[in-house]
Design a protein around this ligand. Structure first.
Ligand code: AMP
Length: 420
């Protein structure tokens, strides 16, 4: 199937051609006809499936054909999304897909001054991309109204829930006109999200694409057992191989992100780090440098990486395993996007074997072990699996055993009791 089979207007077809898309992805194939007919849509799909174009193209077509007048401060379409990064990406996609149309697009998000955003809104926009907090702020200050919204898109609903935006969403919904076209996207459908979808959508058509396991199948996964202290050396060793061309590295803690990036830079491997303590500007720059291949490695925490849309990532490395198994699936899905292949390498030290077990249970597959590297540790392979709680108890017991029989209080008498 080609885009030309999808009854999209010429300016959109042309933009798609210029963007280099040849075939619609499965979600685009299924959702675009439904949306062009004006149905509400429940889309179960992750980022990486092409869902932005799936909702943007019919939206742009509708707005172009309807030609309602733009009103200052009152957008005709609203796309609500959980993170700034995702908001910026969607706005960029709109500019790209809509470049031959005369509509205006704006994006608003928190963490930056509101001056430019207020100015954009006052000039009138057709489509507004927004994160919930800043949206409500600007509504309260009367810089924005939602009473002219004809199309409402709620994107990444499950992440909205994770990030604590449910209350904001419940405040936003009554501000929209009763009669409107609704699109609702979520990667997963926990109970609370089903309830929310039900309260927003009217007779929706449902489209479900690529459940995580299918994405996971396209990714070559491997596991490396390594002592915690050797992880940085192992990473540097792996990056000597130029086949690891565009590499996204995940860590659990912000300070580890910095440490990893610094070590790589010291070894002349260009790297940038993003995490919650970095300014919005610094994060944006790092993401852009990585997208444009100015840096080879991006080190990220999960929160900071949410919704980043970067093509061509050849490898995802889990420098530390996530303690939520679904996060593993989200992380490795950053490679192998839009039909390409990718590789995911995970480091696992003794303390992380518990998380490994949970991940293997969730994905219902064993991650193949790669022993073919200089830092392979049989001790880690043989190490017992402890839950994080048990691991703490074990550390305490080991400590007591070590200190037994030593001189009380004497500094030479053994390790000091850790202070908390
Ligand atoms: P999304 O799920 O919307 O974040 O899209 C994932 C990535 O796939 C983005 O980088 C898009 O530019 C790309 N993409 C979307 N649709 C297509 C398509 N039909 N052909 C090729 N790439 C696409």
């Amino acid at each position: 199937m080609h885009f030309s089979d999808l009854k999209l207007i010429a300016p959109l077809q042309q933009a798609l051609q210029e963007t280099g898309y040849i075939q619609p992805t499965p979600i685009q194939r299924q959702a675009i006809p439904i949306l062009l007919e004006g149905h509400d849509l429940l889309g179960i799909a992750q980022t990486g499936t092409g869902k932005t174009a799936a909702f943007s193209l019919p939206m742009l077509q509708y707005l172009d054909q309807k030609r309602t007048q733009r009103t200052p401060k009152a957008p005709r379409a609203l796309i609500l999304t959980p993170t700034r990064e995702l908001a910026i990406q969607i706005h960029k996609s709109l500019l790209e897909y809509g470049k031959h149309l005369k509509q205006k697009y704006a994006v608003i998000f928190g963490g930056v001054g509101q001056g430019n955003q207020v100015r954009d809104l006052s000039q009138g926009v057709d489509v507004l991309v927004a994160t919930p907090g800043r949206l409500l702020d600007l509504i309260e200050q009367r810089h924005l109204r939602l009473d002219k919204v004809e199309i409402f898109v709620l994107d990444e609903a499950d992440r909205m829930l994770d990030m604590g935006f449910m209350r904001d969403i419940r405040k936003i919904l009554p501000l929209l006109p009763q009669k409107r076209h609704n699109l609702f996207f979520s990667a997963t459908m926990p109970h609370e999200i089903q309830k929310l979808a039900h309260s927003i959508l009217v007779n929706p058509k449902k489209v479900e694409v690529t459940p995580p396991s299918t994405t996971v199948e396209r990714i070559k996964q491997s596991l490396m057992f390594v002592e915690k202290k050797d992880k940085l050396d192992l990473l540097t060793h792996l990056l000597q191989n130029n086949l690891l061309y565009k590499v996204l590295i995940f860590v659990e803690m912000k300070h580890v992100a910095n440490k990893v990036a610094e070590k790589l830079e010291k070894n002349k491997i260009s790297a940038a780090a993003i995490h919650g303590n970095k300014s919005q500007g610094a994060r944006q720059k790092a993401i852009e440098d990585f997208s444009k291949d100015k840096v080879r490695v991006l080190v990220a925490t999960d929160i900071a990486s949410r919704g980043i849309d970067i093509d061509g990532i050849t490898h995802v490395i889990n420098f530390e395993l996530p303690n939520v198994p679904e996060t593993y699936v989200h992380r490795i899905g950053r490679t192998a996007r839009a039909g390409t292949e990718g590789e995911a390498i995970s480091f696992c030290c003794a303390e992380e074997k518990f998380y490994l077990m949970a991940i293997e249970k969730e994905t219902r597959q064993k991650v193949p072990v790669n022993r073919d590297h200089p830092y392979h540790s049989e001790d880690v392979v043989k190490a017992a699996v402890f839950s994080p709680h048990k691991a703490k108890e074990k550390a305490r017991a080991d400590f007591k055993r070590q200190s037994r029989g030593r001189r009380p209080g004497g500094r030479k008498g053994g390790p000091r009791r850790p202070r908390h």
